[in-house]
Unconditional design. Structure first.
Length: 435
């Protein structure tokens, strides 16, 4: 009997010990296990600082630890290329934030998220055209490889006090035979730019960047090839093919007619100079990225804030289009896809978008863009949303940085010294350097 009791007690103790072990394991698993970690990377820029507010909110609400690594722009492309070639367990980031152009040129790096886009109605919550333009696969428009973080596109800014001045209206009508107005078509740009150009007053009619100075190697091309080279035409897959198209001559003839009335400094100095030209009253019009709306609404920067008008980019032969800029989030570590998609789902909520816009982020979330709070509390003009609706996929232009640099260099000389070129000779030269 005593032996049986001892055996029973031993069994109870073993069972109790096993229960404690299991209980402790469960406790550790649910309450003491390390928090999941999501690693983000982006270039060093002012929006990156704003994005960290989003990550802090996600950590607090979801209990997920995040890390954020910033790179200089010239180093980031090299980092992405390297990390794309290593196994998932050796990657240095899980989610990367890049330009739409990088997405289109390197689609195989990113985890396809088409099902996520549909299941979370992303095209319903965000500006559908922008989602399609920025985050779709370059070869399959109905497939998606990224989630937009911030929006960007091109806008036309102009001096309302000049365009609405009765004296200017009368003089313009007398000289050109029709009413002065903000150009609605690219073909209307020449007369207006010529009229407002006044070298004695240091005034040019139009300031537009044609440079890789500010890191946007294709800024000039994006403004024209997608307007005149039929962006929906999938056979235009490269710069060489576009330059060899019938539309290229017409495009070059048009910008050749503008050349004497453009800001020479902006041609080589990029967007930094173009926005400065306008803010300092040296240009009647300027073509700028929508991210500069914040600066233009600041009277300390823009001396003509009260007289600044905003318009969608003029329409071209194939309609009014502009390429998508901004930034897109993509998943490069497939092992972390579950955690990454949870972040995407959270970011695609009104709550997260409010945090993003409060931090200064350029949201593409429909509900945010339609809210009075967004327009009143933040210095965004309604033109931002209108411009986003005209973005188009940048997939027709597949090229590399070397080609873009060559083309921009030739295009700059074409505009700086128009007397030495014709559209035909300039295009022939471009085709030659692209061989």
């Amino acid at each position: 009997m005593k032996i049986k009791k001892q055996h029973r007690m031993r069994t109870i103790l073993i069972a109790f010990g096993a229960f404690c072990v299991v209980g402790a394991s469960v406790f550790v698993y649910f309450f003491m296990r390390p928090a999941p970690i999501l690693r983000f990377s982006w270039i060093e820029n002012y929006q990156g600082k704003n994005f960290q507010a989003v990550l802090r909110a996600y950590e607090e609400e979801m209990g997920v630890k995040t890390t954020y690594t910033r790179y200089q722009e010239e180093d980031y492309t090299e980092f992405l290329a390297k990390t794309a070639t290593v196994p998932d367990d050796e990657k240095l980031a899980d989610i990367v934030i890049v330009s739409p152009r990088f997405f289109k040129q390197n689609p195989d790096i990113f985890l396809p998220i088409t099902d996520f886009i549909h299941e979370h109605n992303v095209r319903g919550t965000m500006v559908a055209q922008f989602v399609d333009a920025a985050a779709s696969h370059p070869d399959h428009d109905s497939e998606y490889i990224g989630l937009p973080l911030m929006g960007g596109t091109t806008i036309l800014v102009y001096r309302r006090d000049l365009f609405e001045d009765e004296r200017h209206k009368a003089m313009f009508a007398e000289r050109y035979g029709y009413e002065l107005a903000v150009p609605r078509l690219w073909g209307d740009m020449r007369d207006v730019a010529e009229y407002f150009t006044n070298p004695e007053q240091g005034m040019v009619g139009f300031s537009m960047p044609f440079s890789d100075h500010d890191g946007s190697l294709s800024k000039s091309l994006e403004s024209f090839w997608y307007t005149f080279a039929e962006p929906s035409n999938k056979k235009h897959r490269s710069l060489k093919e576009i330059l060899g198209s019938d539309n290229a001559i017409r495009t070059y003839m048009l910008i050749h007619s503008w050349a004497p009335f453009l800001s020479k400094e902006a041609i080589t100095g990029g967007s930094v100079i173009a926005r400065k030209d306008f803010a300092e009253g040296k240009a009647a019009m300027a073509l700028l990225d929508s991210e500069y709306l914040i600066l233009l609404e600041n009277p300390a920067f823009n001396a003509h804030k009260e007289n600044t008008g905003y318009a969608i980019v003029p329409a071209g032969e194939f309609g009014r289009t502009t390429s998508a800029s901004g930034a897109v989030m993509g998943i490069i570590n497939h092992d972390k896809s579950k955690e990454a998609l949870k972040f995407f789902a959270w970011f695609n909520t009104s709550r997260a978008q409010q945090i993003w816009t409060d931090a200064g982020g350029l949201s593409v979330f429909n509900r945010t863009l339609q809210s009075q709070k967004f327009l009143q509390d933040k210095p965004y003009h309604p033109i931002y949303k209108d411009a986003l609706a005209h973005t188009v996929p940048i997939s027709p232009l597949k090229t590399n940085l070397e080609e873009l640099t060559l083309v921009n260099t030739e295009l700059q000389d074409f505009l700086l010294n128009p007397e030495n070129h014709t559209p035909e000779t300039s295009i022939a030269r471009l085709l030659e350097v692209l061989q």
